[in-house]
Write a protein that binds this ligand. Structure first.
Ligand code: TMP
Length: 204
């Protein structure tokens, strides 16, 4: 399939520190003259920016199934418009969240059937999967402090919800040990980054 570049995703509970690590990794790879693209789900495409606004900041009622399909719509657009295009062009695509977020949040945390989510994810991506996923595993007491007081719609779900997300991710890492690498994200930014660098240096 389209496999000239590399598709790397970054996953974890809210406040796990993955966005900081993506930016550090991007700088590191650019210094080594790799061609990179940093993107995100939801919100990496033009359509996705509108969907992100609804998903994270809509004030009224959002049905769980509507939430699920909005994330999937974002993914369908983003995969075709941004991810596959850049991977075909030989770039390293660094993506803040993707398929595993839907399994962890809408599946393990909201309780929607995981097999059905896998099927829907496959429809959204055409079956295309990340080459590598870095899972930033953090104690939710710590991530909750990092998120701070201004919380978006999902962050407002509370610590029990985040714990279900965290455990869901760990289940996923057990199921797909080749693709999903777990990083101890309780440590300092530099200590976390040295774990990231070690994994990336091994695959490049
Ligand atoms: P973030 O971009 O700041 O991490 O916020 C995205 C939020 O959306 C985060 O709370 C996780 C949530 N999310 C889902 O619930 N399902 C998904 O499929 C994705 C991509 C994100």
């Amino acid at each position: 399939m389209e496999n000239k570049g590399i598709f790397i995703t970054f996953e974890g509970v809210d406040g796990c520190g993955k966005t900081t690590q993506i930016n550090k990794l991007n700088e590191y790879l650019k210094e080594k003259n790799y061609n990179t693209v940093v993107t995100l789900e939801p919100g990496g495409s033009e359509i996705g920016k509108n969907l992100r606004q609804i998903l994270l900041h809509h004030k009224g009622f959002v049905a769980n199934k509507a939430e699920l399909f909005l994330y999937l719509a974002d993914r369908a657009q983003h995969t075709e418009e941004i991810v596959l295009k850049n991977v075909r062009d030989g770039k390293i695509v660094l993506c803040d969240r993707s398929i595993d977020s839907t399994v962890a949040y809408q599946g393990y945390a909201r309780g929607y059937d995981i097999d059905k989510i896998n099927l829907l994810n496959d429809i959204a991506t055409g079956g295309y999967k990340p080459d590598l996923t870095l899972l930033f595993d953090v104690d939710t007491d710590i991530s909750n402090l990092r998120v701070g007081k201004t919380k978006d719609r999902l962050e407002k779900e509370g610590i029990e919800f985040q714990n279900r997300v965290k455990n869901g991710y760990l289940e996923l890492a057990k199921k797909f040990p080749e693709r999903i690498k777990v990083i101890d994200a309780n440590k300092s930014i530099d200590e976390v980054f040295s774990q990231v660098k070690k994994i990336i240096d091994e695959i490049l």
